[in-house]
Design a protein around this ligand. Structure first.
Ligand SMILES: [Zn+2]
Ligand SMILES: [Zn+2]
Length: 365
């Protein structure tokens, strides 16, 4: 497996972002990312996909996606990240129920992720709340488990904490919102394949507070924070027509994890099901529960490792490895928490491995 690290939610001057594509790509290359998917609001910008290189030789692949919502709806909630649909999906959202949009994206062969599904407003900063309302929809690929800017906004209920966050941005980042983790576990427990991704939602906006003028959360800083690590069958070629579909295929399968880069580089993390010396399933996969099977978490640095089964912690260890012998079918996922700047912070969140039993329970009556 080849691990590539990217960010799948950011804005440019084509919507409410501060920088054009090339400058955003340069920031991503400096931050060490392998790929970016630009998601401007209700516009799929074409003609700018490709490989971007900075003077020191580092390069990043830039792809075009879209963040779609119904602009006729008030409040303008239900933001949806769209990848690989091959066409503009915003028109399918206007004045339509979200299910209609999800069906149109699926029909176009695209992926859809509920963006920042749980939020809180910061009214003193003019920041509204744009969570996801209609949780009875079906057919979406996954959810944005950790959106850096959205999770920061949730930590800023008043201007004092807002200014604090401006100068100590990493101190207010603790992990994905607990409500979003709960939502994900609930969906997984229903037996649904819901893939988690983690992104920046970078805008590079300038914030004015009295005499202060500061770019809040610059692109490059955010690209060092929460990203999505994708496991591919082959290295990136540099051709967006080849790499885009490969990345989206792996994402749809859930061959991915969410990593927060500041406490330590999450590259190299693995979560798999093993039988003897062979890996029988990686994150995102399903495999039958059998005797002699183990689930293994391998972290690139010591951390608190946690194995979750159907939303409940079943094993915990401090170190770089956790090995568990499952006896129950269900959905297993891995979390790691790492100390950074005075407290433990969410570090890595894997997509789940489903161990299927001899028979699937399809109802509870
Ligand atoms: Zn949004
Ligand atoms: Zn956004």
């Amino acid at each position: 497996m080849v691990e590539v690290v990217g960010n799948l939610h950011l804005h440019t001057v084509y919507s409410d972002g501060a920088l054009p594509h090339a400058a955003v790509a340069a920031a991503a290359a400096r931050a060490g990312l392998d790929f970016l998917v630009v998601t401007d609001h209700n516009v799929r910008v074409q003609g700018l996909e490709g490989l971007y290189r900075i003077p020191d030789g580092r390069q990043v692949l830039l792809l075009s996606g879209e963040e779609v919502h119904d602009m006729l709806r008030e409040p303008q909630r239900n933001h949806l990240l769209v990848y690989g649909a091959g066409r503009e999906m915003a028109p399918a959202a206007q004045g339509q129920p979200p299910q209609r949009l999800l069906d149109a994206i699926a029909g176009a062969g695209g992926l859809s992720f509920l963006a920042h599904p749980v939020e809180a407003a910061a009214p003193w900063a003019g920041e509204g709340e744009f969570g996801w309302d209609d949780l009875d929809v079906t057919g979406f690929t996954g959810i944005e488990l950790w959106n850096t800017m959205s999770s920061v906004k949730m930590m800023l209920p008043d201007p004092v904490r807002g200014v604090f966050a401006l100068f100590f941005p990493d101190l207010v980042m603790i992990g994905p919102p607990p409500q979003t983790l709960r939502l994900w576990d609930d969906l997984l427990r229903q037996g649904r394949h819901v893939v988690a991704i983690g992104n920046a939602d970078a805008h590079g906006a300038v914030y004015r507070f009295g005499p202060l003028r500061k770019v809040i959360y610059p692109y490059e800083f955010l690209f060092r924070c929460v990203n999505t690590h994708v496991l591919l069958d082959a290295p990136l070629s540099g051709d967006p027509a080849v790499d885009g579909p490969a990345i989206y295929r792996a994402l749809a399968q859930g061959h991915a994890f969410v990593g927060y880069g500041l406490p330590g580089n999450p590259r190299g993390f693995r979560f798999g099901a093993w039988l003897g010396n062979a890996v029988t399933a990686i994150m995102g996969d399903s495999t039958p529960l059998t005797g002699g099977q183990t689930l293994r978490i391998a972290a690139p640095a010591p951390a608190r490792l946690k194995l979750m089964h159907d939303g409940v912690s079943v094993a915990e260890a401090y170190g770089q490895e956790l090995i568990y012998q499952p006896t129950q079918p269900g959905v297993y996922r891995a979390e790691t928490w790492k100390r950074y700047r005075g407290r433990e912070r969410g570090w890595i969140f894997s997509n789940p491995i489903t161990l299927t039993g001899p028979a699937e329970r399809i109802g509870n009556t």
